[in-house]
Design a protein around this ligand. Structure first.
Ligand SMILES: Cc1cc2nc3c(=O)[nH]c(=O)nc-3n(C[C@H](O)[C@H](O)[C@H](O)COP(=O)(O)OP(=O)(O)OC[C@H]3O[C@@H](n4cnc5c(N)ncnc54)[C@H](O)[C@@H]3O)c2cc1C
Ligand SMILES: NC(=O)c1ccc[n+]([C@@H]2O[C@H](COP(=O)([O-])OP(=O)(O)OC[C@H]3O[C@@H](n4cnc5c(N)ncnc54)[C@H](O)[C@@H]3O)[C@@H](O)[C@H]2O)c1
Length: 464
């Protein structure tokens, strides 16, 4: 009889956990995955990446139709109506299709879904309901939850977090978004396109912390032009709710006179924090760092033998693809192979219109490290963007001045999220800007702008 129930038990079935479980099973390990939600897929599939992207897509279609933006392309429409319940149903269908897909993949790969909340009993035992499940290796993939704003109560009706904001029953007249990060801009865009006035209140002096400085400035310009009101260097000091209306009190971040803003929806999107409450880390003697994260080494081993951790619960960007890659790597390491994630090349994408994407270093970070050369190419010089009359944005390629090796790239244009993969791959291969500049790119494509920006690094773009 086997010593343990499983070779690998993963706690959490988000993009980190479910991928780790499937990969472990593919490698011949007996694998279980503990998940307390009704459906698999974690934050990303249930209330994160997937429903938000479904709504971003649908709201953009509505906006194009309702705003008359299609008329310039010769598409004239009669009256356009919003059917919000149908839009929400379509979103739900996307979610159930994908969460059901993970259940199918679990069955196909013989991963057992252990349903319930997992709590450590010891380093090889997890209590799930009545059951004590044992495993030689346990992977913590419990993800993250919304960071609350002290003094602001989320009721998921008037004051919502991202989960409430993807399920509003009517379009608010005025939505105040607290936090001008990824969630605030994506979900703010959704409701703005559907007719809401949106005011973004951001504590810092720019939107999108962590992104390249030029990107952050350009983003503020773009969203303002789209009609968003953006209050930078401003903090929310309180939200009072009365008869379905919220009064949001704000004041300058540095201190000063307070003002109030009336809204009928308030989105709290000031970041996310790792999920470790109730996990019983004390029972295995595992402490979290100051940010509440579980620290690991490069193999995703924690300080406790046999216990590993991946995804949003460990340091690094809270992104689904980072969690997935760590899921593959941890399973390979457990199986005795060499699983590696290059954390220097993790792309990030904001799925607004236009999309905003980056990989590698920002220009500021690169300049701090040494001498750099930068090539920037405007989408106004890109023939495909011109052909479809959507020329907002640019591509910026940053390269080491001595070696010409690409250190980072930042892209603002409709398909930026898809385009950034090319630069990520180039960086993984240690490419120079010359390598990109002399690679043949199909015409007419948005991607040609990456080639031109790379040519700009060398000092010789063609179309500007
Ligand atoms: C609105 C929104 C939009 C987003 N959009 C994107 C995007 O477009 N692209 C992107 O890359 N990222 C996006 N993210 C971030 C992305 O969702 C996370 O980075 C990703 O889900 C992290 O994966 P994970 O596996 O670490 O954890 P999670 O997906 O959070 O999954 C953890 C799972 O563990 C379960 N769990 C926790 N504790 C226990 C326990 N003790 N026992 C049993 N089960 C437990 C939870 O129920 C959960 O299902 C978005 C997030 C939000 C909120
Ligand atoms: N497209 C994507 O990849 C995607 C989409 C959604 C979420 N996510 C992930 O989810 C995580 C959480 O997203 P998020 O938008 O909540 O966090 P975020 O960290 O992206 O942005 C939070 C913003 O809130 C601001 N802020 C913090 N406290 C504030 C306060 N008191 N008042 C006003 N502003 C305040 C911060 O300065 C920051 O700009 C992110 O780490 C992101 O990686 C990714």
């Amino acid at each position: 009889m086997a010593e343990y129930d499983f070779d690998v038990l993963v706690i959490g079935s988000g993009p980190g956990g479910y991928v780790a479980a499937i990969r472990a099973a593919q490698l011949g390990l007996r694998t279980g995955c503990v998940e307390s939600r009704e459906t698999l897929g974690g934050t990303c599939l249930n209330v994160g990446c997937i429903p938000s992207k479904a709504l971003l897509n649908a709201s953009e279609k509505f906006y194009e139709a309702a705003s008359g933006a299609l008329a310039k392309h010769g598409v004239k429409l009669g009256s356009v109506e919003l059917d919000l319940p149908a839009m929400m149903a379509d979103k739900a269908k996307a979610v159930t299709g994908l969460t059901g897909g993970i259940e199918f993949l679990f069955k196909k790969n013989k991963v057992e879904w252990v349903k319930g909340l997992g709590t450590f009993v010891d380093a090889h035992t997890v209590q799930v309901g009545e059951r004590k499940v044992t495993a030689k290796n346990i992977v913590i993939a419990t993800g993250s939850s919304v960071t609350p704003l002290p003094g602001v109560e989320i009721d998921q009706k008037v004051v919502v977090d991202s989960t409430g904001a993807i399920a509003l029953e009517k379009v608010p007249e005025h939505m105040v978004v607290i936090g001008g990060g990824v969630i605030g801009l994506e979900l703010g865009s959704v409701w703005q396109r559907l007719g809401a006035k949106v005011t973004v209140v951001e504590f810092l002096d720019q939107l999108l912390p962590g992104m390249d400085g030029d990107v952050r400035k350009e983003a503020a310009k773009i969203f303002k032009k789209q009609g968003m009101e953006i209050k930078l260097s401003t903090k929310v000091t309180g939200v009072a709710v009365n008869s379905g209306k919220a009064i949001v009190t704000v004041e300058p971040a540095a201190g000063g006179a307070a003002e109030t803003i009336e809204a009928d929806a308030v989105l709290v999107s000031i970041g996310r924090r790792p999920n470790t409450d109730g996990l019983g880390l004390d029972a295995i003697g595992l402490a979290t760092n100051q940010r509440g994260q579980i620290e690991t080494d490069h193999s995703f081993r924690t300080k406790v033998d046999g216990v590993w951790a991946i995804g949003d619960v460990i340091p690094g960007p809270m992104l689904a693809h980072k969690a997935e890659d760590e899921g593959i790597a941890v399973a390979e390491n457990i199986a005795g192979l060499t699983g590696i994630v290059n954390h220097d090349v993790i792309p990030s994408v904001v799925y607004t219109h236009p999309e905003i994407a980056g990989v590698g270093l920002t220009e500021e970070q690169a300049r701090e490290k040494g001498e750099v050369k930068v090539g920037k190419f405007p989408m106004a010089g890109n023939s495909r963007a011109k052909a479809i009359d959507d020329t907002t944005g640019w591509v910026k390629v940053i390269a080491d001045a001595k070696t010409d090796r690409v250190l980072g790239a930042w892209i603002i244009t409709a398909p930026a999220g898809t385009m950034i993969a090319q630069v990520a791959q180039a960086m993984e291969f240690g490419a120079t800007s010359e390598d990109i500049a002399y690679t043949c790119h199909a015409h007419p494509t948005h991607s040609e702008a990456i080639k031109e920006a790379a040519m700009g690094v060398l000092g010789k773009p063609i179309h500007v």
